[in-house]
Design a protein around this ligand. Structure first.
Ligand code: SF4
Length: 336
């Protein structure tokens, strides 16, 4: 029986972080000043093995999870990640398997290996087409061209529809919204513009740096008439907007100005095996101890059910500009 939380929300969407490491230092997620040389990342022995992740995934799916998104840090940093994809693709009852990457390691061969292993589609982050802006935002001077090649590789092997995620931060990349949209019109690629969020404790978030969804929509609307379309499914994160001229659609993820907690069906599993009930949570439930302590699948399922049924998270609905940042889990630790 699918457990529902205290707000009646079922568990449908599981995000699995397979590493807390990344080769980028995006200023809104993993600023260098915090995630520098001395930062202690998880050791190999601390992170779940592919077999442990697949076992947990099968239990989650029996509890109602329909979609799994593989995240990080940067998931392609984890060696032989396609082996995990293959194990997850074999989980009975799983309807959708996707992955979010910064594209830096997504070669044609890697894209093909992921596709062959059973990955259905992929989301690639790209914050700007302006090379100088992009290099400044990823803060490792990584060029746009390689990410654009990765998008072409994903399309070529059929990891479609490809979604391209852009975190819009005022004073950094908002002037590039139209160029990004123009680049992908008529290609089947779905650009998604994400409101800059106060994730974790490290990015120095201020409400003034947020470009509200309505402003992004207005900006696009000055170029091309766009109309809202219904969500593909209950709990879908992005608002969908379609070009009236048939050139495709764009997504808007508006956690700050138009929160969507009321239909949030997302659970998050960190690389060291903790279950987080919200992107802005500070505590996670230790599932690794159960796994490595000899607990049965039934015992783990019962624990998951109890944790989810007690869930009352709706951070974005109660956030105000002076919500204390507190000790939230870092986004790079649980994946967006
Ligand atoms: S803030 Fe938390 S509860 Fe709200 S939509 Fe995001 S993850 Fe879900």
């Amino acid at each position: 029986m699918t457990p529902k939380d205290t707000l009646g929300r079922p568990m449908r969407d599981l995000r699995i972080s397979v590493t807390d490491r990344c080769n980028f230092r995006c200023v809104y997620c993993m600023p260098k000043e915090v995630f520098g040389r001395d930062f202690r990342f998880l050791d190999r022995g601390e992170i779940l093995s592919f077999e442990e992740i697949a076992r947990l995934a099968a239990i989650f799916v029996r509890l109602g999870i329909e979609k799994i998104r593989i995240t990080g840090g940067e998931p392609l940093i984890r060696r032989d990640i396609e082996e995990l994809v293959a194990q997850l693709a074999r989980v009975p009852g799983l309807n959708d398997l996707t992955l979010t990457t910064n594209g830096s390691l997504l070669t044609r061969a890697k894209a093909q290996a992921l596709r062959d292993a059973g990955l259905r589609r992929i989301t690639i982050s790209l914050d700007s087409l302006d090379d100088e802006v992009f290099r400044r935002m990823n803060d490792v001077k990584f060029p746009v061209s390689v990410v654009l090649d990765a998008i072409e590789c994903a399309i070529a092997v059929g990891l479609t529809p490809v979604k391209v995620d852009t975190v819009v931060r005022r004073g950094m990349n908002e002037k590039g919204i139209v160029d990004l949209a123009a680049r992908f019109r008529g290609t089947g690629v779905i650009p998604r513009f994400i409101e800059y969020m106060d994730v974790g404790n490290s990015n120095g978030w201020k409400m003034d740096d947020v470009v509200p969804a309505r402003e992004v929509i207005a900006t696009l609307g000055t170029q091309w008439p766009i109309v809202p379309v219904d969500a593909n499914y209950y709990g879908e994160v992005a608002e969908r907007w379609r070009y009236e001229d048939g050139a495709g659609e764009v997504g808007i993820i508006s956690s700050v100005t138009r929160p969507f907690c009321s239909a949030c069906t997302r659970a998050r599993l960190s690389a060291e095996g903790k279950l987080y009930a919200c992107l802005f949570a500070s505590q996670g439930e230790d599932l690794r101890a159960l796994l490595r302590g000899g607990a049965s699948d039934e015992a783990i399922a019962a624990r998951l059910g109890t944790v989810w049924q007690a869930r009352d998270d709706r951070y974005s609905e109660i956030r105000t500009s002076n919500t204390p940042s507190g000790a939230k889990v870092e986004m790079s630790h649980i994946g967006g």
